[in-house]
Design a protein around this ligand. Structure first.
Ligand SMILES: NC(=O)c1ccc[n+]([C@@H]2O[C@H](COP(=O)([O-])OP(=O)(O)OC[C@H]3O[C@@H](n4cnc5c(N)ncnc54)[C@H](O)[C@@H]3O)[C@@H](O)[C@H]2O)c1
Length: 385
């Protein structure tokens, strides 16, 4: 009979968008880790890393959402997990504290202040845990104005900005590391400067969960064999709130750019150069019957010697939030370990987890991304400068 651990948590995940599909899956995963860790622990990439951080099964979750719905009700609506998997945990889920999001129309400085107040409250509740902000808000428009701002004061005076920015700034200004799992740009020059100055790790952006993860693996493998990629057609169908949201072209453009750019970067040439236009095509379609059980197809046309054509088909039948939730936990543990080791600013070495890693010289191929993680872990252990 599994016994519940009573030890205090090592990491406190403060989740913006905590009642979304991924947020509620993380919440259930955290409860499961406490009760009987094996089904979740076996799906973490960091279970064997960061012994100094404490037990990977001891994670606390809190956060914010716009919805007033109880977590169990949100879990039911998302339909990611069958009720049989979470019903017995419902009383524990209801103890997870999710605070109301600040009004999005308010000045950024007011939103930051409100969120910082909530953060102080959460820190008082779990004084020994390392807090990490995990951004799981919906995909948003890119706001060009924010890139041009030069000072923190100018930024704080913006009204009704990107909601993500309020959480990210509140975290950075409270010395709390940030994981940006969304496709939304938050690493504006002002934010990066503050993060570097204060030694706050900034990890992001856009979690690389399914199709794009396999694209990096396959593209790296084709490159390693000097096989020439002539075209790559990628189609996704998904029926969750993220999929519905991504039907808005302005919200989808960041995600599509993150999914598209990395192929040419890995290969070192423009796919489709012979045709005078890109032959790397990425489509996302909202398809309600599938809910969170997304499906992706890839057709990869490549050439061998004498230019003779070959082709490869990939069909992924995944589950968006089941793939994403353990990565959010892993990233929170990386961010906590980095903060404890005094490593701050944008962390490009975490490119393994993201479609568009922040910072300079992010590793591109799968092999480089794995090697970068090992080097980063050595740096955390103080074995490398
Ligand atoms: N699932 C994946 O595989 C995957 C991969 C990469 C990136 N992402 C990104 O992760 C993010 C989260 O995905 P999801 O499926 O959980 O989305 P979701 O739409 O289910 O959840 C978003 C949550 O944010 C809440 N919210 C909206 N505005 C808010 C605010 N101002 N403050 C607090 N909460 C607010 C919503 O009420 C909702 O509960 C999305 O940006 C998505 O594009 C997901």
């Amino acid at each position: 009979m599994p016994s519940e651990s009573t030890a205090s948590p090592s990491v406190l995940m403060l989740i913006a968008g905590a009642k979304g599909a991924i947020g509620t899956t993380v919440a259930l995963a955290a409860v499961q880790l406490r009760k009987d860790p094996a089904p979740v622990l076996s799906g973490l990439t960091t279970a064997q890393r960061f012994a100094d951080l404490g037990d990977p099964a001891h994670i606390a979750v809190a956060g914010w959402d716009k919805l007033q719905t109880p977590i169990a009700e949100a879990l039911r609506r998302h339909g990611v997990l069958p009720e049989s998997l979470w019903q017995e945990h419902a009383p524990f889920l209801s103890q997870i504290e999710i605070r109301s999001a600040p009004p999005e129309a308010a000045l950024l400085s007011d939103q930051v202040e409100a969120i910082q107040g909530d953060m102080r409250h959460f820190l008082a509740r779990w004084p020994s845990a390392q807090p990490v902000l995990v951004n799981l808000l919906p995909a948003a428009w890119d706001i060009a104005q924010l890139h041009r701002l030069e000072t923190l004061d100018e930024m704080l005076k913006v009204s009704a900005p990107l909601p993500d920015l309020a959480y990210v700034l509140a975290a950075v200004l409270s010395d709390i590391p940030v994981v940006n799992f969304t496709p939304n740009t938050v690493e504006f020059p002002v934010v990066c400067r503050e993060a570097r100055r204060r030694g706050v790790p900034l990890a992001g952006r856009d979690g690389k969960t399914g199709q794009t993860y396999l694209k990096v693996v396959l593209a790296s493998a084709l490159k390693a064999r000097s096989l020439y990629v002539d075209g790559w057609y990628s189609l996704n169908i998904l029926g969750n709130a993220d999929g519905r949201n991504l039907m808005d072209p302005d919200r989808a453009c960041g995600k599509l750019a993150n999914k598209t750019q990395l192929l040419d970067e890995i290969l070192g040439y423009k796919v489709g150069e012979a045709y005078g236009e890109s032959s790397h095509k990425v489509h996302i379609d909202y398809y309600p019957p599938r809910g969170d059980a997304k499906e992706a197809w890839d057709v990869i046309d490549f050439k061998g010697i004498f230019g003779l054509p070959m082709s490869l088909r990939l069909n992924l039948q995944g589950r968006d939030s089941i793939l994403a939730a353990p990565m959010a936990i892993d990233l929170a543990r990386w961010a906590a370990a980095l903060k404890k080791a005094g490593i701050g600013g944008p962390i490009p070495e975490l490119g393994f987890y993201f479609k568009k890693a922040v910072g300079d010289d992010a590793p591109l191929t799968f092999q480089e991304q794995l090697a970068a993680l090992d080097r980063l872990e050595q740096k955390i252990r103080g074995e490398r400068k």
